[in-house]
Design a protein around this ligand. Sequence first.
Ligand SMILES: C[S@@+](CC[C@H](N)C(=O)[O-])C[C@H]1O[C@@H](n2cnc3c(N)ncnc32)[C@H](O)[C@@H]1O
Length: 262
Amino acid sequence: MTTFVTLVELYERQGYYLRCGLNAELFGELNKGLSFATLHRAENLELVCNGGGISPLEIYFLESLFTDYRPSRIFAIGNAFGWSTLALSIIVPEARTICIDACQDAGYEEGRRITNLIALKEGLNASVVKGISPTDVETIIKAEFNAPIDFAFIDGWHTNEQILADFLACRRLASPDCVYLFHDVVNMELFDGFDAVLAHDGNITGKVLMRTTSGMAIAFPTAMTEIFEKVVTAFSQDNKLLADLPQPQAPHVRKAGLMAEN
Ligand SMILES: C[S@@+](CC[C@H](N)C(=O)[O-])C[C@H]1O[C@@H](n2cnc3c(N)ncnc32)[C@H](O)[C@@H]1O
């Protein structure tokens, strides 16, 4: 079974429904986030928490990323209701996956509880711990792993300053071959933060992945370029093939380097 199909089944078994993977174009300007996942209680359809999960296309990206590359210690920032945490653990079951979340209200606490319950019931080596990045990153990584992390998924607070702080906190406890994946870089205009990540360390290279729904970005050691070349090419968009399209209104699409600045 594919990861997406498995995930839907796991949540529904616990009494939750998902809304995700919808074609936002069909629902008008005010509903742009419909590709992403939200979780609802089956009995009253209420939203469990405000934070949304990655899109089905981004789950497919993770499956593609982890075909030829298998990390052992996965650390993530930002759980919401566990959609990406459980996806990572299903795709790389041999790895230990630890996610931290600030759990700032009861909805996110419920999200943490559901994630840990599903992980336990399904025998997944994944867990969510309450904690705030960057302050709690060191303590939690040291407590949860017996060696440096080798993959970090950063999807917490979406500002340029925060993703750099998240990266630096992870970097201190990461192996030299650690790979960093950032969610929402295009959607939330996190280009400066991502550039600062790449500039921080002369040994890291990376790319914005325009063929992921949120515009994820990946950073990895230059020495590992060959491992990621095919998947990065497949999930990037060649600018030349956009020249005949109307110029996008959205400034973040222009800032991504796609199409000319107006
Ligand atoms: C977009 S949601 C994460 C979605 C999740 N990665 C997924 O795709 O299923 C962002 C989450 O980050 C958490 N968060 C925000 N700032 C944080 C911080 N500084 N440290 C830890 N968690 C944070 C929020 O509580 C929220 O649950």
